[in-house]
Design a protein around this ligand. Structure first.
Ligand code: PLP
Length: 357
């Protein structure tokens, strides 16, 4: 379909490589591959089919249903659990595992006599979802007849390897008498890479499967292969005179006569409007910089006099030759928001796809 369109080329072999790296780092852990948010923009169904993992994690019931309808058979865990009877019913129909993080979910499960395998979420410092350390004992005694898949906690500061909070959270979790000797899951990508003692029975890598760093420094990790190359076609090339401005707000004004290429990609495709002046793209193998504001559907790039840019040439926005980490730094954000933000209107093209069902 539509070749001349903003496109995310997804290399599923890279995802498989990164998955193997996870298993290399944590050989005695089982892997719950996190494919929420359409696998961080990479296509949850395609990624799940490729990995054939023991388990997958998503945030929403609708995400789990999509995977099941596509024939994905591994365990699927709802990281936020279910909110009401309707969702619990779907969890039963589609055979999902549910995280239980709040008392209301506990009574929902009990009232419905639900037999879904449950992950009990414990809050050891994230301050978001989960039972407190004090509550856990009571929860466990209420659970007698239910199937407990395991106990889960989430790390708040693993993206900063220097933070002492991670070690404190791990110690807190392991100190709870009720969870000792049980199936435990602690690590996200950053924990898994930087804190060996967070690996536990199950690891829950997300971002690293897609080849992007989980760490705050936004430096590419050499052990990972980036899975997405985001590109867009040139739809116009024109001359700009010294003193003329380009784009909304006249943010950029040419200081000399020059030329500009217009690319068909903008913030509605997921290219961040917040990028700083001078952010690069790669056009015909060369770095060129964005000038003026990012519009909803377009960005402009300054050309050099010798550039032979033609309509239809593709520019790489991030991916091959231009790490997504670099664009994250240029827009004061993290790899996660860029990858997960690539919008549905962007065409996805797959390499290494496994077709099933
Ligand atoms: C998103 C998420 C993960 C994966 O985190 P990454 O940093 O992408 O590896 C793991 N566990 C939970 C509970 C999550 O919400």
């Amino acid at each position: 379909m539509a070749v001349r369109q903003a496109t995310a080329h997804i290399n599923l072999d890279a995802v498989a490589h990164n998955f193997d790296y996870v298993k290399e780092l944590a050989p005695s852990s089982r892997v719950m591959a996190v494919v929420k948010a359409n696998a961080y923009g990479h296509g949850a169904v395609q990624v799940a089919r490729k990995l054939n993992a023991e388990a997958y994690a998503v945030s929403r019931v609708s995400e789990a249903v999509e995977l099941r309808e596509a024939g994905v058979t591994g365990d699927i865990c709802l990281l936020e659990g279910v909110m009401d009877k309707e969702e619990l019913n779907l969890a039963s129909v589609y055979e999902l595992q549910v995280v239980v993080h709040s008392p209301y979910q506990l009574s929902l499960m009990k009232k419905a006599g639900a037999r879904r395998p449950m992950w009990i979420k414990v809050d050891t410092g994230m301050g978001r979802l989960g039972f407190s350390l004090e509550q856990v004992k009571g929860v466990v005694s209420e659970l007698r007849k239910q199937k407990v898949a395991g106990y889960m906690t989430h790390l708040a500061e693993a993206s900063d390897p220097a933070s002492e909070v991670t070690a404190e959270q791990i110690a807190k979790f392991q100190s709870i008498p009720a969870v000792q000797g049980q199936v435990l899951s602690i690590a996200n990508s950053a924990g898994l890479v930087a804190h060996p003692d967070s690996r536990a029975d199950w690891v829950r890598p997300g971002i690293m499967l897609y080849g992007a760093t989980p760490f705050d420094d936004q430096e590419p990790m050499v052990a990972l292969q980036p899975a997405m190359t985001f590109s867009a076609p040139v739809i116009a090339v024109h001359a700009v005179r010294a003193g003329d401005s380009v784009g909304y707000g006249g943010l950029w004004t040419a200081t000399a006569d020059t030329r500009v290429a217009v690319l068909a990609v903008g913030y509605a495709d997921g290219y961040p409007r917040e990028i700083k002046a001078g952010t690069p793209v790669i056009l015909n193998g060369e770095r060129r910089t964005i000038v003026g504001r990012v519009s909803m559907d377009m960005i402009c790039v300054e050309l050099t006099p010798s550039d032979k840019t033609e309509i239809g040439d593709r520019a790489v926005l991030w991916g091959e030759g231009l790490p997504v980490e670099e664009i994250a730094r240029a827009s004061d954000t993290i790899t996660y928001t860029l990858l997960a933000g690539v919008s549905p209107r962007v065409n996805r093209q797959y390499r290494g796809e496994v077709n099933r069902g």
